[in-house]
Design a protein around this ligand. Structure first.
Ligand SMILES: *Cc1c(COP(=O)(O)O)cnc(C)c1O
Length: 444
């Protein structure tokens, strides 16, 4: 289809499936879990080598296979960062990094309104206060609003590279430097993303990644921390483990650990079973992201500028986009909902539990105001920490209800998302484009 002619399309395609017409396709899309589409014998062999050698623990055992070591080495190399530390989840990675950066009571951490609930968890569990910052057209933190939100209590910025791509991270790093704030990058949703050739996670002090099933590479669970600082790495190491360093035999240095690395641990070590799968997946990461990126931009370019009612997320560097998601913005909340529902009815949906096509109102804990523990300032104990801590009295009037961040609120109502499966055929891609044209011809 060369150009968009609504009347012609309505005649050609007939009624929308949602209104009783014939759907563009009967079958759902391939599953959107990016790494799973690439599971094969290699993951199996790697896991078997751990079982055969009876060495599931990374630090010692009968015949340690060094999967976690290799994973860290290759991850650091690939992202051009000095140090990498494997952990058992992205959430533990966030907690470990904030703790390594010495975030605690009396501090606030600046976070965007579009994120994942793990970001709040890490801050709250350390006794610190989250301070909300609005997003911009990139669906990531706005550098301008960040400047407005900084207070004397601001200690760190948690920048979240959302939905497979980055936003204005260079400007954010600039603002953080200028105000002497620590910068932690949450890259959980965007492993493999670059901005102008530079890997995300290397713009600030530390970066974290997740290998949970929805992420670009997966071992079911798992995560990674990267940093350019030996000191932060050493702190993170002790904190992710049992609070102490280990010697070169993998034994805890319980009596000989340097006093600055005698800390408190969080039980975040990675198992060799996880390391084995993650290592194989890391070596496939470029294939996975290339497939998603090519598909996404073929779809996006076929729609952009031809259908004036659909706007797209601003992507600063399309060549560095991991391609995992295509975010669209519609003229109103009703249009976003109706459009997405109609697209699904045309067969642009998943099978089983796969749900690649949603309007943003269905995107749950990704929006700050849907985190009820936050909105209601919940605590793990009756004492009410961190909210009730004397050191945090500065935050008494902070609120997290909807209405706090105008741009985030607006995009959460008018936005929609399509996960880009990593195994789309060209026929699938054509169907998706055709469905957007058909639905746009009727609805926009
Ligand atoms: C998935 C995710 C995490 C947490 O990762 P887990 O491995 O599930 O703990 C953190 N931040 C963001 C933005 C995420 O999407």
């Amino acid at each position: 289809m060369k150009y968009f002619n609504p009347q012609q399309i309505r005649e050609q395609e007939g009624k929308l499936a949602v209104n009783g017409g014939v759907p563009i396709r009967e079958k759902g899309l391939p599953p959107e879990w990016p790494g799973l589409n690439y599971f094969d014998d290699q993951e199996k062999q790697a896991v078997m080598s751990i079982l055969d050698n009876k060495s599931p623990f990374r630090f010692y055992g009968p015949k340690v296979q060094g999967m976690c070591d290799s994973l860290e080495r290759e991850f650091a190399l690939k992202s051009s960062s000095k140090y990498a530390l494997a952990v058992n989840s992205g959430s533990v990675a966030l907690y470990t990094c904030l703790a390594a950066l010495e975030v605690g009571p009396g501090d606030e951490v600046l976070v965007p309104g579009y994120l994942w609930t793990s970001c709040f968890n890490a801050i709250i569990k350390l006794g610190a206060i989250p301070r909300l910052v609005d997003i911009d057209a990139s669906f990531c933190m706005s550098p301008e609003d960040l400047e407005h939100k900084i207070t004397p209590h601001s200690k760190a910025v948690m920048y979240v590279h959302m939905s497979g791509a980055s936003g204005n991270i260079e400007e954010i790093a600039e603002v953080a430097r200028k105000h002497n704030l620590k910068l932690l990058e949450d890259c959980a949703q965007s492993t493999g993303t670059k901005v102008k050739g530079k890997s995300i996670g290397t713009f600030g002090d530390m970066g974290i990644f997740s290998f949970q099933i929805n992420k670009n590479m997966t071992a079911g669970d798992g995560g990674m921390i990267i940093t350019g600082s030996k000191h932060l790495y050493n702190r993170a190491f002790a904190i992710h483990d049992l609070g102490y360093a280990r010697d070169d035999k993998g034994r805890l240095m319980d009596t000989s650990c340097a006093s600055e690395y005698q800390l408190w641990g969080s039980g975040g070590r990675m198992s060799e079973l996880t390391g084995a799968v993650a290592l194989v997946q890391l070596r496939k990461l470029d294939r996975i992201t290339t497939s998603m990126r090519n598909a996404k931009w073929e779809i996006r370019r076929a729609i952009e500028e031809k259908i004036p009612g659909i706007k797209f997320r601003e992507v600063i560097d399309p060549d560095g986009d991991s391609g995992a998601f295509m975010l669209t913005v519609y003229p109103s909340r009703e249009k976003a909902r109706n459009f997405t529902e109609a697209i699904r009815a045309e067969g642009i949906r998943g099978e089983g539990q796969s749900a690649p096509c949603l309007d943003m109102q269905q995107w749950g804990l990704h929006w700050y105001y849907n985190n009820l523990s936050l909105v209601n300032k919940r605590s793990l104990t009756p004492y009410g920490a961190p909210w009730s801590l004397e050191a945090n009295s500065f935050a008494e009037n902070y609120t997290y209800v909807k209405g706090t961040l105008p741009v985030t609120d607006d995009l959460s109502e008018r936005g929609a998302l399509l996960s880009i499966p990593s195994a789309l055929s060209s026929a699938d891609i054509d169907d998706i484009i055709r469905a957007f044209y058909k639905v746009a011809a009727w609805i926009l």
